[in-house]
Design a protein around this ligand. Structure first.
Ligand SMILES: *Cc1c(COP(=O)(O)O)cnc(C)c1O
Length: 398
């Protein structure tokens, strides 16, 4: 064990179990460890590094703004926030934005907005509003959010949780229809469940949810923190179904791989529920985050990263299928957001990750004995080829 790992193990709480590599530098889809060894980053920091590590334009946006004005709080106006919100709204087709920092905060903001909308616009009796979420969801780690989780470990010994949440099976629009009552404020859903194992719902699922929500006067809130910003080959994964939600949460890649930056975007009707003093965040929308967030959005467009994911995704999927390994149970996903599920009786996903790391390929297992291939969108075909080849080698030796 290196001294670096020992130090972390001694002084940090053990809420993570990292692979035993110590990374010191990154560029594009590559990272290097303490000894100078090169790795291909096939995880992209859970989709927070879609632009690649240390993208020059994002480094410049960060350093330029950091040397001017970084943090001042929303007690005052600053120049980067308006342009950031404008570009985010224009690209996503939403009317207004509320800036936060982490993904979980954007989701909490969405829950608060939906509840207040239910009381002040829909007319649900105060204290009665309910929000429907999908089983197998991942929306973050705060108390309210894990209250919606169906993962036993995320919840055990962390209760009690706030009430007002109902769960329906993911991918089942009829179940959503049945679960809605007079008091339902919103349906919160990931277009593709990420942490749940890269689960793609049946064709047309979101479009049906949209119709149901319209008919029953329920808000459709898409959590695009992981699926958004080009990951699936469209700016928002909802676009594959031609769906415009009432609200969208963005995070992860919104920070350009530099900072935590998140947004709740929504329609005017929804976002107008917020009045001064209702909600806030000391760091939310700070000039540094706004400058980096705006540049992150602009780089996605200028570098054609969305089109890249659309082009490379199906190609990568085909290469993976061509491995044709009996250890692989399923390959699923969209764009550069791919899950590879292994037969649990033959190999564990964690073991595959360890063996891949030994061959210079970094990724992480997730639920359902699945590993993810969600590299920075700037990755080259050559590096993707190398990752697929290494996976083939690992499966052959396992
Ligand atoms: C990662 C994630 C979150 C939480 O984001 P944090 O920045 O870790 O709080 C919420 N929703 C989805 C879909 C995510 O993938």
């Amino acid at each position: 064990m290196t001294a670096t790992i020992e130090l972390e193990d001694t002084w940090c709480a053990s809420n993570y179990h990292p692979l035993p590599v110590v990374l010191v530098r990154g560029e594009g889809a590559l990272v290097w460890d303490e000894t100078g060894r090169r790795y291909i980053d096939m995880m992209g920091a859970y989709s927070a590094v879609s632009h690649g590590h240390c993208h020059p334009r994002l480094v410049r946006a960060l350093t330029d703004q950091a040397s001017k004005l970084a943090v001042i709080s929303r007690a005052f106006h600053t120049t980067p926030l308006g342009p950031f919100a404008e570009l985010a709204c224009r690209l996503t087709g939403m009317d207004r934005a509320l800036p936060m920092n982490t993904g979980a905060e954007a989701v909490e903001t969405a829950l608060k907005a939906a509840r207040k909308w239910a009381y002040t616009v829909k007319g649900v009796p105060e204290g009665q509003a309910r929000i429907i979420a999908a089983k197998g969801n991942f929306h973050g780690r705060t108390i309210a959010i894990i209250g919606m989780s169906t993962v036993e470990q995320y919840r055990r010994s962390f209760g009690p949780f706030p009430g007002g949440f109902d769960l329906v099976p993911f991918g089942d629009a009829d179940a959503l229809d049945k679960a809605i009552t007079r008091d339902t404020a919103a349906f919160l859903v990931e277009p593709i469940q990420g942490e749940g194992g890269i689960i793609v719902p049946p064709e047309g699922y979101l479009a049906r949810c949209r119709q149901i929500c319209d008919r029953r006067r329920v808000l459709l809130i898409a959590d695009e923190i992981q699926t958004g910003l080009g990951r699936t080959g469209r700016l928002l994964a909802c676009e594959h179904d031609g769906v415009r939600p009432d609200a969208v949460t963005l995070g992860k890649a919104l920070g350009g791989g530099m900072l935590p930056v998140s947004l709740l975007l929504g329609t005017t009707e929804l976002m107008d529920v917020f009045r001064p003093g209702d909600h806030g965040s000391t760091f939310g929308g700070n000039p540094l985050a706004a400058a980096v967030g705006r540049e992150a959005l602009q780089v996605l467009v200028d570098d054609g990263l969305i089109e890249r994911a659309a082009e490379l995704g199906p190609w990568l999927m085909e290469r993976l299928r061509a491995l044709d390994s009996p250890l692989i149970k399923d390959i699923r996903g969209r764009g550069l957001f791919i899950g590879i599920e292994f037969d649990a009786e033959r190999v564990q996903a964690r073991e595959v990750c360890d063996r891949l790391a030994a061959r210079g390929i970094l990724t992480k297992d997730t639920h359902r004995n699945t590993i993810r291939f969600a590299p920075p969108l700037v990755i080259s075909r050559e590096l993707l080829d190398e990752a697929v080849w290494s996976l083939g080698a690992v499966l052959a030796e396992a």
